[in-house]
Design a protein around this ligand. Structure first.
Ligand SMILES: Cc1ncc(COP(=O)(O)O)c(C=O)c1O
Length: 494
């Protein structure tokens, strides 16, 4: 039964795509797992049986199984066999969600929050955006530091964390931000959180009431959209152009309580907010008594052009809250980030953070403080920058043939992704699916749009994929885009 299903799929993939056999088997197995035809805990036939049933060589079968094991779909138990991993989440489609919500009685908010808009966590293939390469993280050193701090720990370190986190870590973050991001800050203004997502929730909970309006860039970062949905805020979409968020007089009728921006590298277009826009935004915030949330998620990775300073550095009125994260430079599962608050908000924020989130992880914070103080953070950053710079160069070179009057790139000066803009007549969702069929992941720009329908493109990441993969898949990506553009130019417009 399974072999028939796999064979049908392998034959279909063979006629539709020119993929090597191990890749077709990989796709067929992965599809069966994601569709639920192979359920979690199911045992796979042995590689010998599969190779006989499918008429494939043992090497081909083993290559496909190895790849699925590396990606976490399968788990090999020595002496027992290969099983579908229990941790593979089911794909959450809108239809499936509607069904679940009927059964589980999700609230309207619950349904909206559990809908996948842009990407699922399963999407880690060449060119996935938003993900860094954490395989280079110095695990052995980190383990030594953790052991040391666990050995030295005292009972208070096992309690919830008071006063916004471990003091030496707050000092180290403040020192870093003063020097590298021109944020005028001292350690008292830093709160250690479990990452930007928690910082956003805290800001929304403490600075706005249910039904208040938050201005968001359009297109937008979906993590922030969900944080604001969860706190019952009204989202007002303000279009972004090549100078960042571009508010018009009419926008000011939607009185903002919060304004969420990514000024150093707009997510996802990569636009850098110009100085005049920065002043305009601070002026709007001052006139309306709004708070500006500056999400500086990837400014550590700047490759060309002059260093940019932060919006918080320009703020004379203490209206900007600055949000940073260790997810990209270190690794996302670390779950540590920081929020810089104006001095007058210090006590209420620390108190509410304590009451709402019961923060902890003090030995972990102590290990991170030492990691920064001893210069390991700076070295990790230097290594990561070099490695990402090469990947970026390779991707840009590969994409060159598909650039021209109908395609251009923005946002390649910084960060771990770039945005390829395409004519508005292109169906970027269909193009992203076509790319996906070839074993790569790019995201359609339109999927990030809140209201606007006038931009199309692809968001392409170079942080996660190793250099070899970028060199191998880059030309295929460019060729796929070029042929798609050529075909859509030939198709008569209705
Ligand atoms: C725009 C943006 N902000 C923040 C983050 C980091 O969030 P967190 O610290 O919650 O991992 C990301 C991660 O992808 C991001 O894309």
């Amino acid at each position: 039964m399974l072999s028939e299903l796999l064979l049908t799929e392998i034959v279909r993939l063979g006629t539709e795509k020119n993929l090597p056999l191990h890749r077709r088997l990989y796709e067929a197995l992965r599809g069966a797992i994601l569709d639920g035809k192979l359920g979690s805990g199911d045992r796979l036939p042995s590689s010998r049986e599969l190779s006989q049933d499918l008429g494939l060589s043992r090497n081909t079968v083993v290559a496909a199984i190895n790849q699925l094991s590396v990606e976490g779909y399968l788990i090999c138990r020595i002496g027992s066999g290969t099983y579908v991993n229990d941790t593979v989440p089911k794909p959450v489609t809108r239809r499936r969600l509607a069904r679940i919500s009927q059964i589980a009685r999700l609230s309207r908010r619950g349904l909206a929050l559990s809908t996948v808009y842009c990407a699922t966590q399963l999407e880690v293939q060449p060119f996935t955006s938003g993900i860094a390469d954490f395989s280079a993280f110095p695990v052995a050193l980190w383990q030594r530091l953790q052991n040391k701090h666990w050995r030295m720990t005292y009972p208070e370190m096992l309690d919830y964390s008071h006063m916004g986190g471990y003091a030496p870590l707050r000092r180290a973050v403040a020192d870093y931000l003063r020097v590298f991001r021109s944020v005028p800050v001292d350690a008292d203004q830093v709160i250690i959180t479990s990452g930007t997502q928690q910082s956003l929730e805290l800001c929304a909970q403490l600075l706005a009431d249910h039904g208040d309006t938050v201005w968001m860039e359009d297109p937008a970062y979906w993590g922030a959209v969900k944080a604001f949905m969860a706190t019952g805020l009204k989202i007002h979409a303000v279009p972004v152009d090549d100078q960042g968020i571009a508010p018009k007089a009419a926008d000011e009728t939607a009185l903002p309580k919060l304004i969420y921006v990514t000024p150093s590298h707009q997510y996802p277009t990569g636009a850098v907010m110009s100085l005049s826009r920065r002043h305009q935004l601070l002026d709007i915030a001052r006139r309306h008594g709004a708070w500006v949330l500056e999400d500086d998620y990837d400014s550590e990775f700047r490759f060309t052009g002059p260093p940019l300073s932060s919006l918080a550095g320009l703020d004379k009125d203490q209206r900007v809250l600055y949000l940073g994260s260790f997810s990209k430079v270190l690794y996302p599962g670390l779950k540590l980030g920081y929020l810089v608050i104006p001095r007058k908000l210090g006590d209420p924020f620390k108190q509410a953070h304590y009451d709402l989130n019961r923060p902890g992880q003090m030995p972990l914070q102590a290990a991170l403080a030492e990691f920064i103080e001893m210069g390991h953070f700076a070295s990790a950053l230097r290594r990561a920058r070099q490695s990402y710079a090469e990947r970026r160069r390779t991707l840009l070179a590969a994409l060159k043939p598909c650039l021209g009057s109908s395609a251009h790139i923005s946002g390649a000066e910084q960060g771990l992704h770039l945005c390829l803009h395409l004519p508005n007549t292109v169906n970027d969702q269909a193009l992203a699916s076509r790319v996906g069929e070839l074993g790569m992941i790019v995201r359609p720009l339109s999927a990030y749009c809140l209201e606007r329908k006038d931009i199309k493109g692809l968001v392409i990441g170079y942080g996660y994929a190793p250099l070899d993969d970028i060199a191998r898949y880059g030309p295929l990506l460019a060729q796929t885009i070029s042929s798609y553009l050529a075909r859509s130019e030939k198709t008569p417009k209705r």
